[in-house]
Design a binder for this molecule. Structure first.
Ligand code: FES
Length: 118
């Protein structure tokens, strides 16, 4: 029996995601949104849990992204939903930067916390 261990994969050049912006990438068939918050990178599912808008296109407010379609806010470190109409958290992913590249571990971590509570 073989065991498959997930490894970090290179998903973007860090320079392609300036501070205060996001970018959608596809890893193992999943759409994942990367964000640069003042040099710290975060990754969450790109698809909003309300009506499937791309969260990478949402406005960033520190560690919070607002869905571009109806404005639900998600907390990037935990995936928690902070405001309606979405009520289901998004998955998060581990990311790191090495040699100017953003590396992502394609193992979803279930979004934490009850909706609407910071
Ligand atoms: S699609 Fe994101 S809040 Fe509706």
């Amino acid at each position: 029996m073989t065991e498959r261990t997930a490894e970090f994969v290179r998903v973007a050049a860090a320079d392609d995601i300036p501070p205060g912006t996001g970018k959608a990438v596809v890893v193992d068939g999943r759409r994942i949104a990367l964000f640069n918050v003042n040099g710290t990178f975060y990754a969450i599912d790109d698809t909003c849990t309300h009506e499937e808008a791309s969260l990478a296109e949402g406005a960033l407010y520190g560690e919070i992204v607002a869905c571009p379609k109806h404005g639900s806010r998600f907390h990037l470190p935990t995936g928690r939903v902070l405001s309606l109409p979405a009520v289901i958290p998004v998955n998060t992913y581990q990311v790191k930067v090495e040699d100017g590249h953003v590396l992502l571990l394609p193992v979803p971590q279930r979004g934490r916390g009850m909706p609407h509570k910071a």
